[in-house]
Design a binder for this molecule. Structure first.
Ligand code: MRU
Length: 351
């Protein structure tokens, strides 16, 4: 995929988001001009994936500042809360919004007014997307080195869950970044992409990205994991993260924990790839992570058509938490973390 392919574009003082709800059939952008529209775009998954949610929120804060005749720290905090409430699990959202609040507080105390604050927030948002490129490349290289160390110089058969590429990260990607990087070096035999029920991020988005990059892939249903792993069809699994606790417990798209447990059963290495902005070291373990419950209609309907009996009820947790004991390694831009070594995560993250 071309590096210029962007799910988030800032142009003419307007935020344009590639409407990921319509992929892969339609490639169209939605214009976002204020904070409520930004929160809606995040909640309704026009934009999704932990890093991109965070980047979008920065521009949302800038748009809010532009609409204020005057602002106080309290009104800034209220605006921040509106954005953070849009999706509760991905910590990147509050991470970036809180950095905006710090920037706003410093600006107000330095300048005594909000003049120039809009431009500073826009520049901050652009910088974060630019910097994600080098961070994701660093993670891709670490993942590649780990694969070479484990499997040598043959081609690899890798599995992934949900979507962690350009569309989720704004550049290269995290787990899919490792895969893209390995493909560019000619080292991918094939990728197995989980369909990722019920929102189909795998078949709609990951397959879209793999196809654009001409990476050989097969779609599989999550339920096929035990069969495929037991038959030796997967060398290693790479997934992203929405929030990683201090002990390495990792929230990611629902189905990730099931996959990790199956991987442990069949002795297949299981890696989480995520930037430091996805870590929440304020919580000791995954039991403290709020899991987003999404609409029942995501299970009972498809494109407005009922696929379950009228009146069917559904429970739709959008994420689950993988216990760190099932994770072989967590790769961030600062290094590879072995979550089974107590304190290793904090050591690497704080290095
Ligand atoms: O609900 P989504 O599509 O925002 O969920 C995305 C995921 O779970 C990704 O795996 C995660 O955000 C990591 S993105 C690099």
């Amino acid at each position: 995929m071309s590096e210029s392919y962007q799910p988030i574009i800032w142009r003419d003082d307007t935020l344009f988001l590639l409407d990921q709800r319509q992929l892969p059939q339609v490639e169209t952008f939605v214009a976002v001009t204020d904070l409520p529209q930004t929160a809606t775009a995040i909640r309704e998954m026009v934009v999704r994936g932990a890093p991109c949610i965070g980047f979008t929120a920065i521009f949302g804060m800038a748009l809010w500042v532009r609409g204020q005749a005057s602002l106080t720290l309290e009104s800034c905090r209220n605006a921040a809360s509106e954005l953070i409430a849009a999706r509760p699990t991905a910590v990147n959202l509050s991470f970036e919004v809180n950095r905006c609040l710090d920037l706003m507080e410093n600006h107000l105390s330095e300048k005594g007014s909000s003049s120039g604050l809009f431009d500073r927030l826009v520049a901050f948002g652009k910088l974060q997307i630019d910097e994600s490129q080098s961070k994701n490349t660093a993670m891709a290289k670490l993942g590649f080195a780990e694969l070479e160390r484990t499997f040598g110089d043959r081609k690899w058969r890798l599995m992934t869950h949900c979507n962690t590429g350009f569309l989720a990260c704004g550049s290269l990607g995290t787990a899919l970044g490792v895969i893209s990087y390995a493909h560019r070096l000619g080292r991918i035999d094939y990728v197995l992409a989980d369909e990722t029920r019920p929102y189909l991020q795998g078949s709609r988005l990951t397959a879209f990205e793999l196809a654009k990059e001409k990476i050989p892939y097969y779609l599989v249903v999550e339920g096929a994991a035990s069969y495929l792993l037991s038959r030796g069809q997967v060398d290693a699994i790479f997934v992203g993260a929405d929030r990683i606790a201090a002990n390495g417990d990792t929230a990611n798209k629902v189905g990730t924990a099931t996959l990790a447990i199956i991987a442990k059963t069949y002795n297949i290495p299981f890696y989480v790839v995520a930037p430091v902005s996805s870590f929440d070291t304020s919580i000791p373990d995954g039991s403290h992570i709020e899991i987003e419950l999404r609409a029942e209609s995501e299970l009972t309907e498809h494109k407005g058509q009922m696929i379950a009996p009228v009146g069917a009820r559904a429970i739709n947790p959008s994420f689950d938490v993988t216990d760190h004991r099932y994770i072989t390694g967590i790769i961030c831009e600062k290094g590879l973390i072995n979550p089974s070594i107590m304190g290793n995560l904090l050591k690497v993250v704080n290095s």
